[in-house]
Design a protein around this ligand. Structure first.
Ligand code: NI
Ligand code: MN
Length: 228
């Protein structure tokens, strides 16, 4: 199984005879190493309706003939935007796909799409537990620290936790360290930093603090791949 960081909260997972992209914010993201027309995927997972996560999800889904997975309200919104194959789920639910199993987890955040005539409701934000080839990857989405992470850590053997660390809109580094302890993940991959001036510029401080506490961190450079 391979995990590639495409900047911000966007990752590409290759495994289980499938290619899965999460939160594909590419076209309007100056940090993105590839454009939306350059990715070929079978699944597009979206955590919430904010433009830096929904990004190019609908365009990629339709061009690739992929399946877009999102919380119900956001999935219906995407259908309204023309998405052809949408699988809606909701928090706490699991579903078996070709690559393995997906479970939708809670996230403490907002989820709306800024439309021409005001904010469009897109339901609750979420995270995902992604089970591929006997590995469990947790993508937290955008979230603050939450006690539920303790439960996720108790009930799941998480191999990789993809955690926002950029502060302001999500957890900052201190709370991300608490999250890492709660989740008991084998390895933490920091995300959601550096893209906007208001976010932490890099993951260095987080990595240093984590290592000082024996939390295993594997920061990925943009475009870099981790093989599990
Ligand atoms: Ni957000
Ligand atoms: Mn965000």
């Amino acid at each position: 199984m391979k995990l590639t960081y495409l900047s911000h909260a966007c990752f590409l997972i290759e495994g289980g005879r499938s290619r899965i992209i999460i939160d594909p914010f590419l076209k309007d993201n100056p940090s993105a190493p590839v454009g939306p027309e350059e990715v070929t995927v079978d699944y597009v997972l979206v955590t919430h309706g904010h433009p830096d996560h929904l990004g190019d999800a609908v365009a990629i889904t339709n061009r690739c003939g992929a399946i877009l997975v999102a919380p119900f309200e956001l999935g219906v919104f995407c259908e309204g935007q023309g998405a052809q194959h949408v699988h809606t789920m909701h928090i706490g639910g699991s579903h078996a796909f070709r690559f393995g199993t997906l479970k939708m987890t809670p996230a403490f955040h907002g989820s709306g799409y800024p439309g021409e005539h005001g904010m469009i409701y897109t339901g609750n934000p979420c995270g995902y537990l992604i089970r591929v080839e006997d590995k469990t990857i947790y993508h937290a989405g955008d979230t603050g620290l939450m006690a539920d992470m303790k439960l996720l850590g108790e009930l799941n053997r998480i191999d990789l936790a993809l955690l926002p660390i950029g502060d302001n809109y999500t957890m900052g580094e201190e709370d991300a360290l608490h999250a890492a302890r709660f989740l008991k993940a084998h390895t933490v991959v920091p995300m959601h930093f550096g893209t906007f001036p208001v976010l932490a510029p890099d993951a260095e401080a987080f990595v240093q603090k984590a290592e000082a506490e024996d939390i295993r961190v594997h920061p990925l450079g943009i475009g870099e791949t981790l093989v599990l």
